[in-house]
Design a protein around this ligand. Structure first.
Ligand code: IMP
Ligand code: MG
Length: 187
């Protein structure tokens, strides 16, 4: 598909599927380096629904054998972050004492990430690191400055400019998650 029109907005291709797979391979290599000597089995925690395709692809390219679990939080409505966690489901396995790898589709304001780290901490995780396919540093830096903390996602596939995207798990009001390419809102 060359273009997607929805509610008067135009989305154009940003990353084709093959390019996404290369990005995933790159971030998998970083995880392999970090976790290859880890004696305890890490826990790969997929944040539903957005990170589903990324997490699935990542599993094909890591060379250690983690346990797998899921968690669901949501902050977005339309194309804007609501700034607070609306829902929480899971985690589907206890994270107590575990080295958790939180798998995210994208880090934007960092609010979800900060909340997920706090939730992991409250639930007694031994460590919680964030592996994200995409990272928009723009809003993240502004938000983190306000909050007084600055913990970057530890494993990043690719940094992108501050624009709304969809496809490959990323949605616009729960639609377009199944597109195999990633599209960006034209300005
Ligand atoms: P944050 O809390 O603002 O960092 O963003 C949290 C979540 O919002 C991400 O995990 C995504 O699920 C969603 N999100 C952020 N940016 C986009 C986007 O450009 N398109 C679709 N979803 C997004
Ligand atoms: Mg997400």
């Amino acid at each position: 598909m060359e273009k997607i029109e929805v509610n008067g907005m135009n989305f154009v291709p940003m990353f084709r599927h093959q390019e996404i797979v290369e990005i995933v391979k790159g971030v998998a290599a970083k995880l392999n380096e970090a976790y290859r000597d880890c004696e305890e089995k890490p826990l790969l925690l997929c944040t539903l629904n957005g990170a589903l395709p990324f997490c699935g692809e990542l599993m094909m390219h890591i060379n250690f054998d983690p346990d797998i679990a899921s968690i669901k939080v949501s902050t977005y409505e339309g194309t804007e972050s609501t700034g607070k966690i609306n829902k929480l489901i899971g985690p589907t396995t206890s994270v107590e004492g575990r080295n958790v790898i939180i798998v995210e589709d994208i880090v934007d304001t960092g609010i979800s990430l900060r909340n997920l780290r706090r939730i992991m901490d409250e639930m007694g995780a031994k460590s919680a690191k964030v592996c994200t396919l995409l990272f928009k540093p723009g809003k993240f830096h502004a938000e983190e400055k306000k909050s007084g903390s600055m913990i970057l996602p530890e494993f990043v596939g690719k940094e992108i400019p501050d624009a709304f995207i969809l496809g490959y798990g990323l949605d616009y009001n729960e639609s377009f998650r199944c597109l195999k390419d990633i599209y960006v809102l034209e300005d």
